[in-house]
Design a binder for this molecule. Structure first.
Ligand code: CTP
Ligand code: MG
Length: 238
């Protein structure tokens, strides 16, 4: 094929990424909000936002910060808009969503705790939203055997894991769909695609990444340290 037949890649800066970062990190411990806990000398939030900013589609990053650390977070991530987060993840996302201008067409929601998520995953999610999906989630196969148990920890059944997926962030949506999902939410959801699912929309999966693991327990910090050492960012862009 003649190279002139290949269309140039479309570089659209049409994406806002909301970064809920207001959680206390109870399971990680340490007494500091998790997003401000350090990995290789820098807060998790800084690692996360650096990778988001490297994604060519990203026009704007909005961080929902721990309410007592708004100024500290502004200093740590000068390019971002920072708002105080809420008592739940969902409230933190809603607070960040409220400041996204209507001109932005694609909104991604990304946990600060997934600090090593590569820019390529951000681009893949944004591209799937542009292609018409109402909700996009990164998904990985389940590797362990899964069993359902009763209240006494007796096994009731072994679940077929083939159709099960582990879901990560960033999750992507047309702005209007996410706004509607939050406006109509009646209960608490652990992710945003769950709210869009509730509206009756189809949620589309793209391949997830091991680098997008959520740092939740102390073990995850150790794993993240190894991953960071094995996958440093290109020097000129870090
Ligand atoms: N989050 C938030 N506001 C809250 C609770 C959570 O913005 N009120 C954010 C966290 O900062 C994190 C993401 O949501 O980036 C995913 O939540 P999770 O991993 O559960 O973090 P924490 O709630 O901080 O951890 P834990 O549940 O162990 O306390
Ligand atoms: Mg939590």
């Amino acid at each position: 094929m003649d190279s002139r037949d290949v269309p140039a890649p479309v570089r659209r800066k049409d994406v806002a990424v909301l970064v809920p970062a207001a959680g206390m990190g109870v399971r990680l411990g340490g007494g500091t909000p998790k997003a401000l806990r350090e990995l290789a000398g820098e807060p998790l939030l800084v690692h996360a936002c650096r990778r988001l900013a490297m994604a060519p589609s990203v026009a704007m990053i909005v961080i929902a910060a721990p309410p007592g650390d708004v100024d500290a977070v502004r200093a740590l991530v000068p390019g971002a808009v920072v708002v105080p987060g809420g008592a739940t993840r969902q409230q933190s996302v809603a607070a960040a969503l409220a400041v996204v201008p209507e001109s932005i067409e694609v909104v991604l929601v990304h946990d600060a705790a997934r600090a090593l998520t590569p820019p390529e995953l951000v681009e893949a999610v944004a591209a799937a939203v542009r292609s018409g999906a109402a909700a996009v989630v990164p998904a990985l196969p389940v590797v362990d055997t899964i069993k359902r148990v009763d209240a006494g920890e007796h096994v009731l059944e072994t679940v077929d894991r083939a159709p099960l997926r582990v879901i990560q962030t960033p999750q992507g949506f047309p702005r209007a769909t996410l706004v509607r999902a939050h406006a109509e939410a009646v209960d608490e959801h652990t992710d945003d695609a769950g709210m869009v699912e509730r509206l009756g929309h189809k949620v589309h999966c793209v391949p997830g990444s091991d680098l997008a693991l959520k740092i939740t327990r102390p073990l995850d910090l150790l794993i993240a340290e190894s991953l960071l050492a094995a996958h440093p960012l290109p020097v000129s862009r870090s």
